[in-house]
Design a binder for this molecule. Structure first.
Ligand code: RP5
Length: 164
């Protein structure tokens, strides 16, 4: 089993511009991850095999970004009990409301923790994954605390500059 506990999955390479924001956060927090493009409707067999093997491969959290009908996070969750965090892509047709409602409205029994639409959601999926890992990983907790401290200092600094 490897050290990689987070798997990042996107429904299409066209989701990468958004999902790379999650990658950037995971890298900053020194959280090892693997990344995949798995289309729920174009690669259903690969989706099933990936999700069914995730727990045995040591994956503890799956971050899944998808847009439009956005069935990827729900179908991953249907095939594993590893927690799934869904990231709704900002679409052209409906500005991401379609993705959000599709991901967030899972019927009871197969949950998908859903973030905001677009880049904020991608970043927060990574921060949430790190928070969950930090329950049992003190190195991730240290990185998360450092990030929060720096974020607070920057906010205070910006407030001081406003009043200069
Ligand atoms: C979804 O359909 C993907 O997650 C993507 O957001 C959207 C469009 O995919 P492409 O047609 O660009 O591959 O499955």
């Amino acid at each position: 089993m490897s050290d990689t506990k987070v798997a990042l999955v996107m429904g299409s390479v066209s989701d990468w511009d958004t999902m790379k924001q999650a990658v950037s956060v995971l890298k900053n927090l020194h959280v090892p991850f693997e990344k995949h493009v798995i289309s729920a409707h174009r690669m259903p067999d690969q989706l099933g095999a990936f999700a069914k093997s995730a727990r045995d491969r040591g994956i503890q959290i799956i971050i899944a970004g998808a847009g439009g009908a956005a069935h990827l996070p729900g179908m991953l969750a249907a095939n594993t009990t590893v927690p799934v965090i869904g990231v709704p892509m900002q679409t052209h047709a409906l500005n991401g409301l379609d993705s959000l409602l599709s991901i967030v409205q899972m019927p009871a029994g197969v949950p998908v923790a859903t973030t905001a639409i677009g880049t904020a959601g991608a970043k927060n999926a990574a921060y949430l994954a790190a928070s969950i890992l930090s329950l049992s990983d003190s190195e991730v907790l240290d990185q998360l605390n450092l990030f929060r401290k720096t974020q607070t200092e920057k906010a205070i600094e910006s407030e001081m500059q406003l009043n200069d």
